[in-house]
Each structure stands twice: as structure tokens, then as C-alpha cells.
Design a protein around this ligand. Sequence first.
Ligand SMILES: N[C@@H](CCC(=O)N[C@@H](CS)C(=O)NCC(=O)O)C(=O)O
Length: 238
Amino acid sequence: MTATLYGIPLSHPVITARLALERKGVPYRERTLLVGAHPLLLAAAGFRPTTVPALRLEGQRIQGTLAITRALEAVVPAPPLFPDEPAARAAVEAAERWGEETFQPIPRRLIRRTLVLSHAQRRWFAETAMPLPAPDAVALALAPTARLFARLAHSSAGSTAADLAALDEHLGHVDGLIADGVIGGGEVNAADCQIAPTVRMLLAFADLRDRVEAHAPATALARRLVPDYPDIPAALPG
Ligand SMILES: N[C@@H](CCC(=O)N[C@@H](CS)C(=O)NCC(=O)O)C(=O)O
């Protein structure tokens, strides 16, 4: 079996899909789409023109991290991404859902805000995530796209202030899930795959590193499951 994963650079949900594929031992090739054009490129590959990750698996087209973990579990039951025991399974499913609905959007909203606010940040993004020459020119051209993608993610001055205010509470929730044994065990489960990449991306923000590192269990899990992620320069409003 060979799967094809469609993604874009820096996307933490794409890392979620990679972790799930790796847990299942499913070999896959990766199609890296041009950021900004990715909804159209997804449509050209037969997916909805919305979000990555998207996966072709055994003739199926699957889109979204929650759908991907379930499809992988159905096609390749072992090793499991969800525990068998009903209470443990419910806890992992709830943690995965919280990770996708509440936690995953936070670094997306934050980075999109920085891309709206700062030319230097768009230049960094062009160099790091776009295989195009002339990053200064790309950074200029990216300004309207950055505003569009910020709107799509409901990213604004208000969302940024709210996300920064709630950060410690969310990271505390991750520490609690680890203490309760829902995530962070020896066997990687679907909630680990969902939550660790979000912590890892938050850790990459130069503006946030100290606050994230104050949550040692969450930080250790993120660094264990996602050793590499590019540093994101400081650009969040003070
Ligand atoms: N929550 C979904 C969505 C993932 C998502 O929003 N992916 C972003 C990249 S991090 C994307 O493709 N965004 C395109 C857009 O905002 O139009 C999932 O877990 O798969």
C-alpha cells in the first residue's frame, strides 16, 4: 500500500497526518503544494478546494486530520491509533477533538496575523515556505493573500489578544492530558498526533518560547514527536 499526502510547508495539521501514517507504518509520498494556491491545487487533485492535509489512500480521497486518523485506523487496524477499552478510547477521542477544534487553530491564527502585520515576516515566510526566487518581491505580492488567509482563519487583532491571553490555560490542559495518561504514553495515539504538532509550532514562535517551555510536559512531548520545525521570528504585537 502506498499513500499520497498533500500538504504545504509549515502546516502543523500536515505533521499530524505524517505522524499518523508513520505510527501505522504506511509508506507514503508527499506532494508539497504552493502555499496560497493550495485550495486550487487540491481541487485539481480531486479534493475539496479547502484545507490540507489531504490523503489518497487505497483509492479513497480523505481530507482533514480527524477523517485521516479514522480512515487509517479502518484500513490498517494495527498498531492502533485509538485504544480498545471504551473509557480510554472516549478520552483519546475527546482530546483529539479538542486538539483539532480548539487548540490547532491558535498558531494558525497567530502566524496569519504576523503575516498581515509585518513585511519582514512575509519575507521570512517566502524564504521558508515558498520555493520562489526574490523573497522581497514575493513578500510584497503576498500582502493581499495574507489578508485573505487571515480572514479565512478568523485571525484579527482581537483573536490575537484572546489567543495570547488563553495560551497558558490551553498548555495547562495539554499538561493535564499528559498527567492523566491520555497522551504522552509509549504508544502514539490519535490525540498525540493532533496535539504535539500544535505545541511544537507554538514553541517555534520566538515570541512565545518562554511561555511554552514553562509547560515542561507539553514541551517534552512536542520535541519528542516533532523534533524539527523552523523557528518563527518575533513579530507578534507586544
Ligand atoms: N482542522 C482541519 C483544517 C486544517 C487547516 O486549516 N489547514 C490549513 C493549513 S495549516 C489550510 O489548509 N488552510 C487553507 C485555508 O485556510 O484556506 C484539519 O485538522 O485538517
